[in-house]
Design a binder for this molecule. Structure first.
Ligand code: AMP
Length: 200
C-alpha cells in the first residue's frame, strides 16, 4: 500500500505518518527529513538545501524526483510507503505517477489533512514558545512559516485538483485531535485496502 499525505506545513503530516508506520508497517518517506540529513552531512546538496529551506522555498523538481525514485528502490520500501512532503508541485505529482507506473507500484490513497492558515500560525507560535525561544528547526519561525504557507498555496495546493480529477483525493479535518485525525485516516485506508482486495 502506497499513500500520499498532503497538507500545509504544520498540518501534522509527520505525526500522522509516524502512526501509520506503526500500524501498517509502511515506510515514511519524508523528503524534508532527507534534505535535513543532507544539510547535517554538510554535502554540496545540503548547502543548497539549507539556503532554500531557510527561506521557505522549494528545491528543484528534478532533484526531488530523482531522490524519491532512488529511495523507492531500496528494500525497506517493499511493504509500501507514505509520501510525506512529496509531491509538492504538479510536476512532481505527474513524475510520481510515471515513476510508480514504471516500477509497477500502486497509489492507494491521497489524503489531504486540511487546516486553515490562522490555526497553523497559532500552532507554530506555541511550538516556538514551548521551545523557549530556541527554534526546533531553523525553518521553524513565523516569518518562514508564512512564506512556506504562501508556497503551499501557490505551488502545492494545485496538486489537490490534480488528484481530485483522478478520483483519488480524500480529505480529513486536521483541526481535530491527533487521535481523531488518525481515526479518519484509518477509515480511508481500510476502505482502500478492501477495495484493492476485491480487485485482486
Ligand atoms: P518539510 O519537512 O516537508 O516541511 O520540508 C522542509 C523543506 O524542505 C521545505 O520547506 C522545502 O524547502 C524542502 N522540501 C521538502 N520536500 C520538498 C519537495 N518535495 N520539493 C521541494 N522542496 C522540498
Amino acid at each position: 500500500m502506497n499513500i500520499i499525505l498532503l497538507g500545509p506545513p504544520g498540518a501534522g503530516k509527520g505525526t500522522q505518518a509516524a502512526r501509520l508506520v506503526e500500524k501498517y508497517g509502511l515506510k515514511q518517506l519524508s523528503t524534508g527529513d532527507m534534505l535535513r540529513a543532507a544539510v547535517a552531512s554538510g554535502s554540496e546538496l545540503g548547502q543548497q538545501a539549507k539556503e532554500i529551506m531557510d527561506r521557505g522555498g522549494l528545491m528543484p523538481d528534478a532533484l526531488m524526483i530523482d531522490m524519491i525514485s532512488e529511495r523507492l528502490d531500496q528494500p525497506d520500501c517493499a511493504k509500501g510507503v507514505i509520501f510525506d512532503g512529496f509531491p509538492r508541485t504538479v510536476a512532481q505529482a505527474q513524475a510520481l505517477d510515471e515513476l510508480l507506473a514504471k516500477k509497477n507500484l500502486s497509489l492507494d490513497a491521497v489524503i489531504e489533512i486540511k487546516v486553515d492558515e490562522a490555526a497553523l500560525v497559532g500552532r507554530i507560535e506555541s511550538r516556538i514558545a514551548q521551545s523557549d525561544g530556541g527554534a526546533v528547526r531553523s525553518d521553524d519561525n513565523v516569518e518562514t512559516l508564512r512564506k512556506r504557507l504562501e508556497v503551499y498555496r501557490e505551488q502545492t495546493a494545485p496538486i489537490l485538483p490534480y488528484y481530485q480529477a483522478k478520483g483519488a483525493l480524500k480529505t480529513v479535518d486536521g483541526l481535530k485531535s491527533i487521535d481523531e485525525v488518525s481515526a479518519q485516516i484509518e477509515e480511508i485506508l481500510e476502505g482502500a485496502r478492501s477495495r484493492s482486495g476485491v480487485e485482486g
